[in-house]
Each structure stands twice: as structure tokens, then as C-alpha cells.
Design a protein around this ligand. Structure first.
Ligand SMILES: [Zn+2]
Length: 467
């Protein structure tokens, strides 16, 4: 089984990790955390003693329980619940891939093996999202080996060693370890003791969990201790300027609140709001950093993100574009919602060439080979207008559970002992800043809409009649 070595320095009192010395292999695995879509993190955390990612875990659960018939196309459910990363090719370069991605890149052709339509025009990145020109579903899986990338490194190049602090600040050792430590403010290493660790896939998953929940992830990993992160305020430190108060581009939702406590009970959500919430699952952690200007509830991940943008020189990355792709990551191709108003973009389709050979068709990522008779770049079909069908009337609760049935909402109220007379109805207009507040709250809070939508509003208008 794959394993990674990591050397940690433990203080004299044996109570904490002062720093770790890591090879580029470990750093590549650590940087892969930034590329993980939030929906993927939900599934990784499930394997670690039922850890949860705020309301995103309940959002994920709600969507997984929603009947496939409510999705715009059958494959949309799988797309959301198993979100692809725009770094999928890099994952196969990692010594340990916490996402457990298939060893081959997977694409989908017409279900009919004898289909006469050209497959270069009828290929999809996702199963059951688009149809072939013959009318069949594109569901037949093929795996393609990306030969040009084999043996390379994912994000940073070796041989290079790094210092990693307990709160995941990373600097490369270029002018000696003493300089690197002093750059990080680590000066007192008297009596420190070295310990070598060997980390497997489970430990890396554990480190991901600790990087999201602990104030001292390396210490907690080594000492099996538990120093929980202090809860941070869900308040945007950074208001996006281009969120002009034009009401026209805002999403309107009708919400029901508990009259006396202003707690969010549920909302009748418009298609756009359902789409917005669903799309959270496809945003990579680095994309959350980008959207929240490096100020998320995850301080360790903020540090890691800042190390990429400011701490590691461009020349240490595998390509000239790698740093930029990590700092402002795109969604995987096909994931951008039609009415996306978060300032995100999606990766273009991968270039896939196909060649006719005597044995039939052969797909490849390069067109270098001499024996090529036909050489076409495939045009991908990844179209889906929206994830959820328009006619699906969705009710969204405070923890972002979505459900098509009103009766289940009413039963939640009954369970909570709230009589209808104590409910009030109100309308919210959601623009970019409100959407970002909800996103930020959803990362750690089980009451994402109370914390992300209502609390900031009450804070902003303390004197006005509370809505
Ligand atoms: Zn076909």
C-alpha cells in the first residue's frame, strides 16, 4: 500500500509538533486538499468517524435521497454527488490520492456498441448526461490512459524539501533549514525530538479532517489529541464590489421564520436558489478560498492557500500555470450552472484525440504519433441546463436539506413544537454577498441559513424592525 514519509519535530515537553520537514511528495498531497470539490470532501469525511462538513453534509444527504426523477437528466445526480475536479489528471500523479480516483480517465460513449454515429462527436465526460445523435444514452464507459502525464509530479517539483508548520503554513527549503524556520517564526527548537511517520491513505484522510476541524492538525495527528478550532463568526470580511444593489439579478426566496427567535425554518426556493445551493458541492476548497478572499472558517486551509499564492516561488511549480490554477481554480468542465452568479468559471473540455487504427479506434491525449490516419479532437457533450428539474418545487431547511414535499416541512415544524401562529413569512433577495455568506456559513454551521442570511441582516439593521 502506498505510504508517505514525514519527519516531525516534537517539543521537549512532548506536547506539540513544532514543525514538519516534508518532501515534495507530501506537499503535493497536501496541496491536493485545495483542489477537492466540497461534495467530495463530504464523502471523504464520512469515512472518518462520521465527521461532517457543516450544512453541506445535510445538503448532500438531501440530494442523495431525492429521487432521480427530480433531476434534469439522470446523470445530474451522480455529477453532483460525485463531483469531478478540474485536477483529475493530476490526481493520478499523487503518491496518495485521497479521492480514490480511477486509475484511468473515464469517458462515456453511446450505449449501443454498434452505433454508426461518429464517437468523436458523441462522447461525454459524464454518464447519462447527454444523448448520442442516434438517440441513445452516452453511458458506455471507456477508460483512457493519459500517457503524456505519467511519471510527472502533480503540483510542485522535486527534489525540493519544505517546512510545514502545525497550522499548515508551507515554505520551501531553498537557503537552508535555519532560514526556512526563521521565515516561519520558529526560533526555539531546544530539546526538540525528531519522529518519522509513515502516512497511508487513512492517515491522509484524517489529516484532511483535522485541517478542517483542528487548530493544530499536525499535533493532533501525531499525538491523537483534539484541539478544536474556535468557532469563527460568519461575517464577510470582504464585500465584493461588483455586487451592485441591482435587484434584477438577485434571487428571491420566500422564507418562513420563527417569529420570536428569527430562526430560519424553511424556504420555498426558486429554481435559481436550488441551483445555487446544489452548485456548492462542485466548488473546490481553493475556490472557496478564492471567493472568500482567503478568509474562510478553515484557518489552516487559509494558511495553505496563502503559502501557494505568496510563499512558494513560481519556479517550484510543475507548469507556469499550476500556481494560478490552484489559487483560482475552475470548476470541472460541465459544472458551471447556467445562471451562475458566483464569480467562478469552468475548465474547457479536455483535448482528446482519436485515431483510427487497424484494431479500431484508439483515444489519446496527444496527436504526436505518426501512424495517425484520422486525427480529430473530440467535441464533448456535457450539456445539462440545470441540475434539478424546474417543476420540482423545493423546500429548503436551515441545514440546507432540500425536499420536494411541503408535508415533510410541516412535520418538521410539528416535531419542533412550533405552532403555525408563531411563524412569519418574509422575502429575501439574494445577491452575490448573501450567497457568499450562506456558502461561508454552510462550511461549519448546521444552521447555514440562520447564520448566513438572517444574522448578517440583523447585524446590518439593528434599529430597523427585524424582518
Ligand atoms: Zn449512438
Amino acid at each position: 500500500m502506498a505510504s508517505l514519509s514525514l519527519t516531525v519535530m516534537i517539543n521537549k515537553e512532548k506536547t506539540k509538533v513544532l514543525f514538519a520537514e516534508a518532501s515534495s511528495d507530501f506537499i503535493n498531497v497536501l496541496l491536493s486538499f485545495l483542489t477537492l470539490p466540497l461534495g467530495k470532501i463530504v464523502t471523504i469525511l464520512q469515512k472518518h468517524e462520521g465527521s461532517e462538513l457543516g450544512s453541506l453534509t445535510t445538503l448532500y444527504k438531501g440530494l442523495s435521497e431525492l429521487d432521480t426523477a427530480h433531476f434534469s437528466v439522470p446523470g445530474a445526480k451522480e455529477m453532483l454527488l460525485n463531483p469531478r475536479s478540474s485536477f483529475q489528471p493530476e490526481y493520478r500523479q499523487l503518491p496518495i490520492d485521497v479521492t480514490d480516483t480511477a486509475p484511468l480517465l473515464q469517458y462515456f460513449l453511446c450505449e449501443d456498441v454498434n452505433c454508426s454515429q461518429p464517437s468523436y462527436d458523441n462522447i461525454s465526460m459524464y454518464s447519462d448526461i447527454a444523448v448520442c445523435d442516434c438517440g441513445g444514452s452516452l453511458t458506455r464507459r471507456i477508460g483512457i490512459k493519459d500517457e503524456c502525464r505519467d511519471g510527472g509530479e502533480a503540483f510542485v517539483v522535486s527534489p525540493l524539501f519544505f517546512i510545514v508548520t502545525d497550522d499548515l503554513r508551507v515554505v520551501p527549503i531553498v537557503s537552508g533549514i535555519v532560514q526556512a524556520l526563521s521565515d516561519l517564526g520558529i526560533t526555539d527548537t531546544r530539546g526538540a525530538e525528531m519522529k518519522s511517520l509513515s502516512l497511508g491513505p487513512y492517515e491522509i484522510g484524517e489529516l484532511l479532517k483535522l485541517s478542517l476541524t483542528s487548530a493544530t492538525p499536525l499535533t493532533d495527528m501525531v499525538m491523537k489529541s483534539n484541539n478544536k478550532c474556535p468557532q469563527s463568526e460568519v461575517w464577510l470580511d470582504h464585500i465584493h464590489q461588483h455586487d451592485a444593489p441591482t435587484e434584477s439579478n438577485k434571487i428571491v426566496i420566500r422564507a418562513f421564520l420563527h417569529e420570536s427567535t428569527n430562526k430560519f425554518l424553511f424556504a420555498e426556493a426558486s429554481d435559481e436558489f436550488v441551483e445555487l445551493l446544489s452548485s456548492f458541492l462542485a466548488i473546490p476548497l481553493g475556490g472557496v478560498e478564492f471567493l472568500l478572499a482567503g478568509n474562510t472558517p478553515f484557518k489552516n486551509i487559509d494558511n495553505l492557500y496563502r503559502s501557494v499564492s505568496n510563499g512558494i516561488d513560481d519556479k517550484h511549480f510543475t507548469t507556469s500555470d499550476t500556481k494560478n490554477r490552484l489559487v483560482s481554480p475552475k470548476l470541472a468542465h460541465g459544472y458551471l450552472p447556467k445562471n451562475q452568479f458566483l464569480p467562478l468559471s469552468e475548465e474547457g473540455p479536455p483535448k482528446l484525440f482519436y485515431q483510427a487504427t487497424r484494431k479500431g479506434l484508439r483515444y489519446n491525449y496527444s496527436s504526436h504519433e505518426k501512424e495517425v490516419t484520422i486525427d480529430m479532437v473530440s467535441s464533448f457533450k456535457s450539456s445539462k441546463e440545470v441540475y434539478i428539474k424546474k417543476q420540482t418545487m423545493c423546500f429548503v431547511s436551515d441545514d440546507l436539506t432540500m425536499s420536494p414535499s411541503l408535508t415533510s416541512r410541516i412535520s418538521i415544524l410539528n416535531d419542533g413544537g412550533i405552532p403555525l401562529s408563531e411563524m412569519k413569512e418574509t422575502e429575501f433577495h439574494i445577491g452575490l454577498n448573501e450567497a457568499l455568506c450562506i456558502l461561508k456559513a454552510s462550511l461549519t454551521s448546521k444552521t447555514a441559513l440562520t447564520d448566513g442570511l438572517i444574522k448578517p441582516l440583523l447585524k446590518r439593521q439593528p434599529k430597523k424592525e427585524r424582518c
